[in-house]
Design a protein around this ligand. Structure first.
Ligand code: THU
Length: 160
């Protein structure tokens, strides 16, 4: 038997003010759009801001449904909209902020598994990495240089 070890590296920023200036702005956009989340069932609100290579900022928030699986996470709302509106543009950077109505989320909140798979599709399509910054309501921000850190051994078109 052999063993393989896969490592993932993240940068940790203690506060928003520690982020590069353009990312501070992107994170503030994510925090603002988070408030538009339609989350009457979980009371957990997520906001996402994407910076595209054409200069556009695309925003998304989670949208829930009484038939729970019919809702959609903020990350997929944003990347699918970016794909629909600017199909030729590359996603350069993504900022994510999540907050619960019932407690103060102090830990960085990463994208869920389904969103990681969806973001991976765009990274592969555009053939350049997407920088991903994620945080809770307060506290530290984690940065990943690429989606690949968040989804090792990902499934993609090369297996089809
Ligand atoms: N949610 C997101 O928007 N993004 C994630 O990556 C994790 C979860 C949403 C889905 C649902 O509306 C609520 O948060 C609770 O799971």
């Amino acid at each position: 038997m052999n063993k393989i070890t896969i490592t993932a590296e993240f940068n940790v920023f203690e506060t928003i003010e520690e982020l590069p200036y353009d990312i501070q702005n992107l994170m503030h956009e994510a925090v603002t759009i988070r408030k538009t989340a339609y989350a009457p069932y979980s009371n957990f609100k997520v906001g996402v801001a994407l910076k595209l290579d054409n200069g556009e900022i695309i925003l998304g928030s989670n949208q829930e449904n009484a038939a729970y699986p019919s809702g959609l996470c903020a990350e997929r709302v944003a990347v699918f909209y970016a794909g629909a509106k600017y199909p030729e543009a590359k996603i350069l950077k993504m900022a994510i902020s999540a907050a619960s109505d019932s407690n103060t989320t102090g830990a960085p909140i990463p994208p869920c598994g389904a969103c990681r798979q969806s973001i991976a599709e765009y990274e592969i399509k555009q053939n350049t990495p997407i920088e991903i910054y994620f945080m809770g309501e307060i506290g530290a921000i984690y940065k990943s240089d690429s989606l690949k850190n968040l989804l090792p051994l990902l499934f993609d078109k090369k297996f089809l």
